[in-house]
Design a protein around this ligand. Structure first.
Ligand SMILES: [Zn+2]
Length: 272
């Protein structure tokens, strides 16, 4: 799976998040404004954009931006370590990832976001004999919850967890208050920024001592982050405090793009 954002996307996000005038950015990049716009769209390095000067101006880490520009991707993760974790990617106007976890012994199951369509979730549940009990929402953006109606119709007793202020009180997460899914412990940590209702779910106590898993929604992507043009400092601070503070081997499950780890993002994500 390719990165959600190439180096041009990253610089556009950083330009908008830092509210830097496009003329200043083009000057630092050493290209015309029109060429900068093309480059932000295609990320093509052959256009001679000075990535180091751009990164410096936009408060991105220069060495990490260079690594992404040169084609860094996170090491492929062997999800076999977690055994009872699946990533399901659905395609609407673009791709979005949902995640399903379960307890092997009891088959108690949780799904994180529904994506555009629920068919693959239904198929997995059927094939594995899963007891779907919990629906955790990372944030209520349309791509992440498009199939919520289908899922709740299929499993009317499913417990919904969200930080959305429009949800009934019984469905609102309490930061730090864990839910058990069989032996798996799921702890919500609030990560507002990209979305006001953003939540990261940290899943621990995996069989075989597999590392923790963080389902982060769009708070952070491999090599980038979800856009936040109104509260970018809050978004970055929350990612640092609630996600990048986890042990380096922690698996990061993002709403878009490939799986990554805390260690990889500390080393290569230009926003951090
Ligand atoms: Zn989103």
């Amino acid at each position: 799976m390719p990165l959600e954002d190439h180096i041009g996307d990253i610089c556009r996000k950083a330009r908008m998040q830092t509210n830097t005038p496009i003329a200043a950015v083009a000057a630092a990049a050493g290209v015309e404004e029109s060429a900068l716009d093309v480059w932000e769209t295609d990320g093509d390095l052959a256009t001679g954009v000075n990535v180091a000067a751009l990164a410096e101006l936009l408060n991105l880490n220069v060495a990490k931006a260079a690594a992404v520009a040169e084609g860094w991707e996170p090491e492929p993760v062997d999800v076999g370590q977690w055994g009872f974790l699946r990533m399901i990617t659905t395609t609407g106007s673009f791709d979005v990832n949902s995640f399903v976890i379960w307890d092997d012994a009891t088959r108690e199951t949780a799904v994180f976001d529904t994506g555009w369509f629920a068919d693959d979730i239904f198929q997995l549940a059927e094939a594995e004999g899963l007891k779907m009990e919990h629906l955790f929402i990372t944030h209520m953006h349309g791509d992440h919850v498009a199939a919520m109606g289908e899922v709740r119709k299929q499993w009317p007793a499913i417990q919904l967890h969200t930080n959305n202020s429009g949800a009934p009180e019984k469905n609102r997460v309490q930061e730090g208050k864990a839910t058990m899914v069989g032996g798996l412990r799921i702890t919500p940590q609030l990560t507002p920024g990209h979305a006001e209702d953003g939540v990261t779910y940290v899943i621990e106590d995996w069989p075989g001592n597999a590392p923790a898993v963080a389902v982060v929604g769009d708070a952070i992507f491999a090599g980038s982050m979800g856009k936040d043009f109104s509260t970018p400092e809050l978004a970055q601070r929350k990612v640092r405090e609630e996600i990048l503070s986890l042990p380096p081997e922690t698996l990061i499950c993002s709403g878009h793009g490939p799986l990554t780890t805390v260690g990889e993002e500390l080393e290569y994500n230009p926003f951090f």
